[in-house]
Design a protein. Sequence first.
Length: 281
Amino acid sequence: MRTHGQPDDRPQIQRTLAGLREATGLPLAFGGEIGAGQVRLTQFAGITTGALKGVTLDRGRGLGGKVLVLRRPVVVNDYVRANGISHHYDHVITAEGLRAMIAAPVVVSREVRAVLYGALRSDEALGDRVVQSVLEAARELEQRLAVQDEVVHRLAWLDRCGSAGQANPRWELVRQAYAELRILAQDVGDAALRRRVAAICAKLSTMGGPAATRPSGPRLSARELDVLACVSLGWTNAQAAADLGITVETVKSYLRSAMRKLLAHSRMEAVVTARRLGLLP
């Protein structure tokens, strides 16, 4: 569980579980964040009796508690009969009707942030494909949470540096961080954090020059601003496409549209104009 000021991991966990269940057809995928050395089950995808909701698993106890200690996935073919795990939570597992289960840790910056589960209600063993899907889902969630953490870090840095405006000797670094932040923010699952990203980006863009507070002027879409932010750093269309997750032709299309709105005849003229109008820092 995250501390004050940090994003809520639960939306990302829920998104991952929904994707896992869709990919595998498991009747139930669930999991939760780690807090105070415990696993708290809060996120579910699939039909549930509710027996597991809000259950807190102590470190070393049950399947999730064991995974928290070992920091590696564990599979059991029949939970209540499995050797090698404690059976402190058999009553809730039985109430939920679960049999074969896998639990996998989500490790970010050497810290276990969450545990993901996949489960069957029948006595058949989990197949290799299902096990691999759970492991891949855990790795993907690790990457998304790492991106989310980086966004928080950059927001804090930009907030400090941006307050000094263009007088800050590191202003070019601020511009670079601004562009990279726009790219990273695409993978943020926390709605509150996305709003904070948008607010910080808006604050920085209005520091672009004396005309920054002008009430009227061309309006660029978020994608057009993403592309211009990349172009402002001297990136090629191919580099911008790779980082934004779109094609080179799409980058060109957004760039042409932005140039047309800004009445610019070149890439850099578009960047200069956007800065003068307070659309870019």
